[in-house]
Write a protein that binds this ligand. Sequence first.
Ligand code: NI
Length: 180
Amino acid sequence: MIRPICRMGNPILRKIAADVKIEDISSDSFNQLLSELREAMNHYGGIGIAAPQIGVSKKVCIIELEGFNRYGQDINLPFTVFINPVIEVLDPAEKGYWEGCLSVPGLRGFVERAQNIRVSYLNEKAEKKTLNAEGFLATVVQHELDHLFGKLYIDHIKDPSLISYQEEYDEFILSKDTNE
Ligand code: NI
């Protein structure tokens, strides 16, 4: 069964999710959660999804970006599970992209974020990992990790005039975006 997506207004999206206990990572119930996250991401067509978005307030999110080209950048991140991730900004210089979110359906918003970050996390085998991410991938990682800390991309929008419905984004913004 595909889990429904929790949408903006659902208080679970505003909670700081609980850390996952290392000993739980090998459990059947945790593996079930990872399967449900992956199924939901594929079903709803996201490039990432976080556990609170399917109603589970735990610090787990997944991202999969393969053969993905955005804003002239080739971005590749094979299916990756981030458990208890911690982010470190390596360079505070920001760049903006139009973000969308399964929990905020039908909308796009322009968000500026740091473009050079490092994430420390556990993977699905409870191994310690670090990932350095730049450019659009850094934005995607920060967007997903925000979900584990009660934040949504709309919180970061500095200019409310840069919020658009998807159809109007496609019609008026995407076609004129020289970065695309
Ligand atoms: Ni999101």
